[in-house]
Design a protein around this ligand. Sequence first.
Ligand SMILES: [Zn+2]
Length: 598
Amino acid sequence: MAETLKKRSEVPENLKWDTSRIYKTKEDMKAGLDALKSLSAEIEKNYKGKLTDSKTINECLSKYNDFLIMVDHVSNYANLNLSVDYTDAENARTDAFVTGEYMKELARLSFIDSEIDQAPENVIKEAIDTATISKNYLEDVLRFKPHMLSAETEATLVSMQEVTSAPYQMYEQTKLADMKFPDFEVNGKKYPLGYSLFEDDYEYEEDTDVRRTAFKAFSEKLRDYMYTTAAQYGARVRSEKILSEIRHFDSVFDHLLFSQKVTREMYDRQIDLIMEKLAPHMRKYARLIKKAHGLDKMTYADLKLPLDPEYNPKVTIEKSKEYILDGLSIMGPEYQEMLKRAYDERWIDFAQNVGKSTGGFCASPYQKGSYILLSWNERMSDVFTLAHELGHAGHFYNCQQHQSYFDNECSQYVVEAPSTINELLMAEYLKDKNTEDKRFRRWVLASQISNTYYHNFVTHLLEAAYQREVYKRVDKGESVPAETLNEIFKGVLQIFWGDEVELTEGCELTWMRQPHYYMGLYSYSYSASLTIATQVMKRIRREGQSAVDDWKKTLEAGGSVTPVEFAKMAGVDVTTDAALLDTIDYIGSIIDEIETLS
Ligand SMILES: [Zn+2]
């Protein structure tokens, strides 16, 4: 594959996204950077030392909102151009230069938060009452007040950030630069091994000997770095604990959930219920894979196998447009218009070229339309990935038309709901469309499990269950050496898979594979978002237009509401366990149907 990859310069325009929607040329971007610097200087000159009354505070925040939009545009422009070709030295230099420049300006304006925090509570409350765009921003400042430290300490913490974030950098370096995987051999044939090669290919490999040997070779290499990785991770969780103490949080959990606006109960519920209630369904799914592939036993190294690997319909980009427009037509004409624009105005980068970032993502610079990075392989699964990313695009498209920059970011708890609901709507559409073709229906159902639900409700959830145990120990002041981490991870797997899956040696090292652990309580939120998405999808199927209208209003609200309010606007109550229990039943019903069709 590697030798046939095109250079970026050889990729046809229609397969590339169009960053000229942000700035026409690089010169325009540089002019944008200059404008941003002038605005920053102006804000400092006019407002520093003067944020003592509500009128001035709101005026300043309005300018600050404009400034952040400019940062958003220059940073996205530089970063998006780099992400499609990391081998382009010129783009790398530009990105590093731009980042350095706007970081300086952000530091210059850090007085804003400190001064508002120092203002008397009644002044902040008055500012909230009279605010046009900064109400939520100010409420967040007020909410954080009990945890804010002196201006001097806050400044010290900011300047130390480079060092406190070092464990994550070290983790990535260990994983991506230091770890060199040797070839492995099966029946006299040699196979190359690498981190993404294992996770993207060998885990799905149908040849059982190759798959299991790859797992063994991969695990052996991981084990060489076990103590280093545990030390990095240990430093990260300790620093989070220390911060939670100096900021006067009751526990490290309270600290980490604070910015998500999620209660401990909501967090625990996701983990507790899925561990208990989803497990029996997933064990049944594991039995189905075992049977489909005629395996002697089901092992940890076999779990990613697709149910029907020979069946994977090919889809061209042109055809994908038809699927996407038809599949998501239930969302109404405005949403359709946005989807058409995504294709016509080149929001999507389909290309495969040397140096392009691997993961799919969607970036949405404020009011400029979205940028979706993909690697199109002409597989039906690519259509689902595209529908997912277009869900993020649709979310920010709607939200940015109605909210200030301050309110366009939303809690981790809900951020994957607009994306995953599109996967579900696509699946429903395909099922409706092909009522006769049983194999196709089974394939759609199996994809729903192996892609949508497995990823969000199993992979990340088991990580979340492990992570919770780690933090519980850290909260008690205990250390978490490598052996403890292994033991915790294996324990979680044992609880979930029971006797159904043989826990291959090396499974306990899975904790070494997830960068999310360096981003706080992230892993659990996938299932939380997908719970909302499942309920809204069911509501749309049941009630039609009124449910679609509510969902559209929810998307428009974006980050201006809390996760509980967000879900409520869409007609879902996440304050009790009903939505999650129903979602687990739904997953069970899909697996039951797959069994019937098998
Ligand atoms: Zn996503």
